[in-house]
Design a protein around this ligand. Structure first.
Ligand SMILES: NC(=O)c1ccc[n+]([C@@H]2O[C@H](COP(=O)([O-])OP(=O)(O)OC[C@H]3O[C@@H](n4cnc5c(N)ncnc54)[C@H](O)[C@@H]3O)[C@@H](O)[C@H]2O)c1
Ligand SMILES: Cc1cc2c(cc1C)N(C[C@H](O)[C@H](O)[C@H](O)COP(=O)(O)O)c1[nH]c(=O)[nH]c(=O)c1N2
Length: 172
């Protein structure tokens, strides 16, 4: 029988921020460039906190830190595009995840637009063009509920996963 792992924290002492982050490094995720454009300006950031909510209507959620420089643009524009990165796009993930100027982030790739006007990344595994239909604040982040208006399936087949603070290319 498998041994039961020692709890890192008991119910009496809820885990702190550092312990939570350390634990979360073991949860592998896809990596996405989430973009927006409109009256609030063009902006984009790297997000791992993205998942499917329901297929009826097709809806994703995106968690966005309210202290991020891009927050106001997403708030004003009310639209976004989730661009799922594939193998070989690690540099783009780092660029959109850092403190780099917005022009420099977008200059590193090719973009086009669909219904929402948010930038779609050429070469993404898949892009979900969305309208933000609902939101709720939890702690430091806003959870954005995003109804999918259009989908662009890319050619690339190999995935990219972020796990243990590094990238893994899938599908080899
Ligand atoms: N959800 C997020 O906001 C989120 C997720 C991943 C990374 N990041 C940011 O990217 C940078 C590098 O991250 P890392 O994974 O290399 O190391 P890290 O130690 O900062 O984070 C480890 C893990 O904890 C979670 N996490 C980190 N910051 C968080 C936050 N503010 N709110 C909720 N969950 C959070 C994520 O799952 C992350 O992969 C950091 O500045 C981090 O804040 C933010
Ligand atoms: C791999 C990875 C994953 C994430 C992030 C970073 C990295 C490297 N970041 C942080 C986010 O990308 C960063 O704060 C933005 O680029 C905004 O930065 P500025 O405030 O513009 O410097 C991030 N931020 C967020 O609000 N939600 C998320 O899900 C994630 N996920």
């Amino acid at each position: 029988m498998a041994a039961i792992a020692e709890p890192l924290s008991s119910a009496a002492t809820a885990p702190g921020k550092d312990e939570f982050r350390h634990a979360m490094t073991r949860l592998g995720t896809a990596v996405n460039i989430v973009t927006t454009d409109g009256p609030g300006g063009r902006a984009g950031f790297t997000a791992s906190a993205v998942c499917s909510v329901t297929d009826s209507p097709p809806t994703l959620l995106v968690c966005l830190n309210r202290s991020a420089s891009v927050y106001a643009a997403f708030d004003v524009n009310g639209v976004l595009c989730v661009n799922v990165l594939g193998a070989g796009q690690q540099a783009l993930s780092n660029l959109f995840g850092g403190k780099t100027a917005m022009g420099e982030r977008f200059a590193a790739a090719q973009w086009h637009t669909q219904a929402s006007g948010a930038p779609l990344l050429q070469g993404a595994l898949v892009s979900f063009d969305c309208r933000i239909v609902n939101r709720t604040s939890v702690g430091t982040h806003d959870v954005l509920f995003c109804e999918v208006q259009a989908i662009a399936l890319g050619d690339a087949a190999r995935g990219l996963v972020y796990l243990d603070r590094r990238y893994y290319e899938l599908g080899e």
